[in-house]
Design a protein around this ligand. Sequence first.
Ligand code: AP5
Ligand code: ZN
Length: 215
Amino acid sequence: ANIILLGPPGAGKGTQARRLVEERGMVQLSTGDMLREAKDSGSEMGNRVAEVMAKGQLVTDEIVIGLIEEKLSGGGEGFIFDGFPRTLAQADALGELLAKMGAKLDAVIEMQVDDEALVSRITGRSTCGGCGEVYHDQTKPWPADGKCAKCGSTDVKRRADDNEDSLRTRLMEYYKKTSPLIGYYYHAGDLLTVDGLAEIEDVAGEIARILDGVS
Ligand code: AP5
Ligand code: ZN
């Protein structure tokens, strides 16, 4: 199945996408991860977007649509679009790209959370530099020996945009430019909603139920 995980920063899109990769062999396409990789590699595009991302603003449609287009082939058990699309123009572009491959979206899963929860989720987040596993200071702390439970790395990474100032901008961008996609996909008949405030396991269960229903 091809699905979109839609929700504000900190909703848990990346956490759930990684589980679906492990448990179902789906392919995660995270434009945020692709942009951070471009930045780490020191490419010209990566340097250009680094400052925009650190401030919490959206990168141009042209860049992210290009990134998705490059990765959109094969797809095994289906694609999980994580953090893409984020504008109506990106949603239209995705529809066209999938149609060209003879594929379609099976579900758009909106992860509902409230702003208060997002602040503590974002400011408590860290990511493993070795394997990308996502941790949280309170809800999913690093093992006591400081080694990642998945890969054993001790490289704890924090994102440049995970501070309260950038988060405020990220939320504004979400409400202004991304939340209209909820109406867009509702009218297309693809929208389903999960309670993103539930425990990670319970959210995973709800998503599994949706996937079993569409595939
Ligand atoms: P991106 O990397 O996509 O970041 P984001 O949308 O802000 O989302 P996050 O990764 O912050 O949150 P998440 O929902 O994945 O939450 P997570 O699972 O980590 O984008 C970054 C930037 O790149 C953008 O600001 C923009 O500049 C640019 N960009 C990217 N895509 C773009 C596009 N398409 N167009 C234009 N620009 C683009 O969880 C968060 C924390 O909560 C973790 O610590 C986790 O452990 C914890 N947690 C998760 N679920 C639960 C739960 N159920 N209960 C308790 N804790 C939980
Ligand atoms: Zn790791």
